[in-house]
Design a protein around this ligand. Structure first.
Ligand code: DAH
Length: 342
């Protein structure tokens, strides 16, 4: 028995392990209930009484030795792991670059549009998205029974009285500005607008517009045309042509819609422009004297022009986005396509 104990002692003193699993195996092998040392303790019963003292002491020493040896193997593995981690740290490595994201295509196009108008002397005006009937409809000469006032077309916030609503166009900022500022007024008003439309690839319940307004003495339709031609050429290229078609808006008289020569085929005719060579981009006209008067501006002294266009529409023409829903879904695969345009 004493010999066995001594053999075990020298084996245990020489134990090595290269992983935590190996240490655990050693613990089971020597120290668990059925381990080699426990078995020796079981045999202790058959040791003759006169040797019990000596053997008992040796057994206890053996157990302590095994416990300490295994604990120290475990500790040295942990120390090694920590040291390896520290030497594997490369503090000279540059940090992992964080993705910076891209600007939204609508923001890019809006900024470009505002820039063009800023160079022509327009300043930016702002107004609320939650509006009232006066600023969105009545002041702009909409008849009482105009369909836009219908619940089908406009989101009303209060039904009775049907006065608080989400603006359906940025023309409301015209009124807000004219009510407070004195001519000359030369503003562009970018913003979000809302319409009660079923969402599809071609229509959305919200989108963005830029409204323009110029009020001064002797403002003519020729001035309007020149500003819009300059805008179209700076936005879509110097070879761009425009055409104005008579139209109707309650707040302008005369009114027109403007087309640009198709920027895909250069006006020759293609699938995109339905083989007409033209694509529509905006509505415009001379501010109706009723609107000037409603806003406290003397229509005998002052005249003005206004125009309004959709930012999504202009963005589509520039970047050929086929589905309007892409603009509000925040799919990074779509947004990342505009990284070069930062
Ligand atoms: N407010 C019109 C719309 O939402 C766009 C518009 C047309 C604005 C003619 C104007 C304008 O200022 O003169 O469809």
């Amino acid at each position: 028995m004493i010999e066995k104990i001594n053999q075990l002692k020298s084996r245990i003193a020489a134990l090595t392990a290269s992983s935590a699993e190996e240490v655990e195996q050693l613990r089971v092998q020597y120290l668990s209930k059925k381990g080699e040392i426990s078995l020796l303790f079981n045999d202790f019963r058959s040791v003759p009484a006169e040797s019990k003292r000596e053997v008992g002491q040796l057994l206890n020493e053996l157990k302590t030795l095994a416990t300490e040896r295994i604990a120290s193997l475990r500790q040295s593995l942990l120390d090694k792991e920590e040291a390896d981690f520290e030497t594997s740290l490369d503090l000279t490595r540059t940090a992992t670059p964080l993705p910076q994201g891209t600007r939204h295509p609508l923001s890019l196009v809006k900024a470009e549009m505002l820039d063009i108008f800023a160079r022509m002397g327009f300043t930016i005006a702002d107004g609320p998205e939650v509006e009232d009937d006066w600023h969105v409809f009545s002041s702009l000469n909409f008849a009482d029974d105009h369909p836009a006032r219908d619940m089908q077309d406009t989101f009303f916030i209060s039904r009775n009285p049907a006065d608080v609503l989400l603006r359906t166009h940025t023309s409301s900022v015209q009124t807000r500005t004219m009510e407070t500022a004195k001519p000359p007024i030369r503003i562009v008003c970018p913003g979000r607008v809302y319409r009660n439309e079923a969402i599809s690839a071609r229509a959305h319940c919200f989108f963005h517009q830029i409204e323009g307004l110029y009020i001064d003495k002797n403002v003519s339709f020729a001035d309007l045309r020149q500003v819009l031609l300059t805008f179209a050429r700076q936005m879509f290229g110097a070879e761009t042509r425009i055409r104005l078609r008579p139209s109707y808006f309650p707040f302008t008289e005369p009114s027109a819609e403007m087309d640009i020569s198709c920027n895909l085929c250069g006006g020759k005719g293609c699938g995109f422009c339905k083989h007409t060579g033209w694509v529509e981009i905006l509505g415009c006209g001379m501010v109706d004297p009723n609107v000037l008067e409603a806003c406290g501006i003397d229509s005998g002294t002052y005249t003005g022009y206004a125009f309004g266009m959709g930012i999504e529409r202009i963005t589509n023409l520039k970047y050929r986005v086929k589905d309007l829903r892409m603009f509000s879904e925040n799919d990074v695969r779509f947004l990342d396509e505009f990284v070069a345009a930062k």
